[in-house]
Design a protein around this ligand. Structure first.
Ligand SMILES: NC(=O)c1ccc[n+]([C@@H]2O[C@H](COP(=O)([O-])OP(=O)(O)OC[C@H]3O[C@@H](n4cnc5c(N)ncnc54)[C@H](O)[C@@H]3O)[C@@H](O)[C@H]2O)c1
Length: 318
């Protein structure tokens, strides 16, 4: 039986696909290449276990999934939280409508297990820190968080109605050398354009949990192997936090640009980077740790590692 990964050419997806192919799984990728690139899967190209299908999840009429894929990792989405402020419809269509279309297609091939990359932003400004999975009320403060929470609900209803098993991962900020968006990626690119100054959105005290991509993939595979319930929800993050101003310093240091001046915009709503930016995030990950998941890096180490990797990677490509 095969495994299907939607969004498999993106940052998290391509790392997952490499791991699945390395484990000898017949791996199918469905992606419209809107932000992902086929080059991210260069290493598995030509492998007899790897198949690529160019398709857009918004085009329901043309959507047909490989029949033998009983396990589906659904990662395709627009992950840019900031976009939702200027154009909320992007997250409604790219996240909610696409998920509904995928579920309808999955139902037709009798898919058995659906795994979904949700987000810590479903908790909004949670008052309990670290925040457990059963925290309520769930009040997302961004359209991105709201769209992912809507997807979770729809997937859960499909699990109960059509007998699929559903595993939901509420991910912290995932970072790594090949990331294509997010704070470290932004900082590295800004510094390459102008090493004299680094603009930091907000007041720099936004304090969040960051997880290295390698630990994210291992958590997803542990969750898949160990979950027995019809619906399982796991927080996936590191057990510490780092402030944005310390991320800025780590990136400047990794790029050997110590004379760079940090310039804080001050932000909105008490120092947030943008409307909808959660200021303080730390997930209670005891549930997934209880399954035997062992992350290798904390937030601070993951940020330093990624900053160094990104700094080297970008310099190398140039
Ligand atoms: N990166 C993070 O920090 C983070 C944190 C929490 C949750 N997530 C979630 O994890 C998933 C992957 O995130 P990522 O960082 O790898 O993002 P990404 O942008 O790198 O990957 C998304 C992929 O989905 C594809 N895609 C988008 N719309 C599509 C459509 N309509 N049809 C087919 N393919 C489509 C894109 O081409 C891309 O390859 C997303 O669901 C995101 O919301 C990411």
């Amino acid at each position: 039986m095969g495994v299907l990964v939607t969004g498999g050419t993106g940052f998290i997806g391509s790392n997952l696909v490499h791991r699945l192919v390395a484990e000898n799984e017949e791996t199918h990728v469905l992606d419209n290449l809107s932000s992902g690139k086929l080059e991210s899967l260069e290493r598995v190209k030509g492998n007899p276990k790897f198949y690529f299908h160019k398709a857009d999840l918004l085009q329901r009429e043309n959507l047909s999934l490989p029949r033998d894929c009983k396990t589906i990792y659904h990662l395709a989405a627009n992950p840019e939280v900031r976009v939702g402020f200027t154009n909320p419809e992007v997250h409604f269509s790219q996240n909610v409508v696409t998920t509904f279309n995928l579920l309808e297609a999955a139902r037709k091939i009798d898919a058995e297990t659906l795994l979904f990359t949700s987000t810590s932003t479903v908790y909004g400004d949670a008052r309990a820190m670290p925040t457990p999975e059963d925290y309520s009320p769930l009040e997302p403060i961004s359209m991105y968080g709201a769209s992912k929470l809507a997807c979770e609900s729809i997937m859960i209803s499909y699990a109960h109605t059509y007998g699929m098993r559903t595993i939901i991962y509420r991910l912290a900020n995932i970072i790594g050398a090949d990331s294509t968006h997010g704070v470290i990626f932004d900082f590295v690119n800004k510094l390459l354009n102008d090493p004299s100054r680094l603009e930091v959105l907000g007041d720099g005290t936004q304090n969040k949990s960051y997880l290295h991509i390698s630990d994210c993939i291992s958590a997803m595979l542990v969750g898949q192997g160990a979950s027995r319930e019809r619906v399982s929800v796991y927080n996936v993050g590191s057990q510490d936090q780092i402030e944005v101003r310390d991320i800025a310093k780590a990136v400047v240091e990794a790029m050997d640009m110590q004379s760079t001046k940090l310039e804080f915009t001050g932000g909105v709503d008490n120092g947030r980077g943008w409307k909808g930016d959660v200021k303080n995030m730390l997930l209670d990950v005891s549930k997934i740790l209880g399954l035997g998941w062992e992350p290798r890096y904390g937030s601070v180490e993951a940020v330093r590692l990624t900053a160094k990797e990104l700094a080297r990677g970008v310099a190398y490509q140039k």
